[in-house]
Write a protein that binds this ligand. Structure first.
Ligand SMILES: C[S@@+](CC[C@H](N)C(=O)[O-])C[C@H]1O[C@@H](n2cnc3c(N)ncnc32)[C@H](O)[C@@H]1O
Length: 282
């Protein structure tokens, strides 16, 4: 879980971004998120083509541009946020030909991106407002960016003993009835198989997606009219990374030197997690 050396940072104090949004628009929080998730991976921004999913008022487009991105495309579904982003980025003095704010649903937008179309893709603060976790991860695996930086609320990790035991029973049934049984397996092999299926470990992870409702009219909320959104647990996020061929590293927020956790409690408690995943293009 090692980050690259933190090289520089963007200071949101007194910036237009504090007035253009009421979605956790706090300078201390934005500074730390930028420091850890952008400055911490500076090589994934300098000279790179960046896509910012759910770009909101342009806060992390600004950070990406300030870290030397050659181009930044932001995708946002709410018109008022798009207007704010355009105004903020113009006010930030960024060259107009280096950024674009696209009005689109990010799930649909991702489907239009060519493999290798972006070097770095940001997905900050939005995965838990979606219900299309598999679709997003499939598209990221297909596009295979050099870096996919994910920052999201996560659901509680659950042990799911009954589900593991049931899965073990189903697997055993299939082996017994369709794969020649376990007649040749040693006792040690059988016990090991049971342990692999039931005891927490790489092959027995249980990914959970908890569906909840939120107020779809809230500024940072889902774009789905029903208000339905889904919180994945960490296991699910990592299982999907693995499944779609993305190598990944979880960001260790507690190792970042945060001295004041106010406005960052969700990271300290582990209710919110961040990852850097990388695609592989053959
Ligand atoms: C909580 S804010 C996160 C803003 C910013 N990325 C951050 O991390 O600070 C979520 C943003 O996602 C946008 N959003 C929600 N669903 C979306 C979708 N399906 N496609 C594009 N944007 C979406 C919302 O309008 C809102 O601006």
């Amino acid at each position: 879980m090692s980050n690259q050396l933190i090289q520089s940072n963007v200071d949101f104090s007194g910036s237009a971004f504090l007035a253009s949004s009421n979605v956790r628009a706090n300078a201390h929080r934005l500074n730390w998120r930028s420091k850890v998730l952008v400055s911490g991976y500076a090589n994934d921004f300098n000279g790179k083509r960046v896509l910012d999913l759910a770009s909101h008022d342009g806060r992390f487009m600004h950070a990406a541009l300030a870290h030397g991105a050659t181009s930044v495309v932001g995708v946002e579904v709410r018109a008022d946020h798009i207007d704010s982003a355009r105004a903020n980025l113009a006010q930030g003095g960024h060259s107009r030909d280096r950024y674009e704010v696209v009005s689109a649903d990010l799930v649909e937008y991702l489907k239009s991106v060519e493999p290798g179309g972006f070097d770095t893709i940001l997905c900050f603060g939005v995965l838990s407002h979606l219900i299309e976790h598999v679709d997003v991860m499939r598209e990221i695996g297909r596009i295979a960016p050099g870096a996919f930086i994910l920052d999201t609320w996560v659901a509680l990790e659950r042990w799911n003993l009954w589900e593991r035991l049931r899965n073990h029973r189903v697997n055993s049934f299939v082996r017994r009835t369709q794969q020649g049984g376990l007649a040749n397996a040693s006792l040690r092999g059988r016990v090991q198989g049971w342990l692999n299926d039931v005891v927490p470990g790489p092959r027995s992870r249980t990914g959970n997606l908890v569906f909840l409702y939120e107020d779809a009219a809230a500024p940072g909320a889902t774009a789905r009219q029903s208000g339905l959104m889904g919180w994945a647990n960490c296991s699910l996020v990592e299982m999907l990374f693995d499944h779609f061929g993305l190598t990944h590293e979880r960001v260790d927020w507690r190792a970042q030197g945060v001295d004041d956790w106010s406005e960052l409690e969700d990271y300290r408690r582990g209710n919110r997690e961040s990852w850097v995943a990388r695609g592989s293009r053959a």
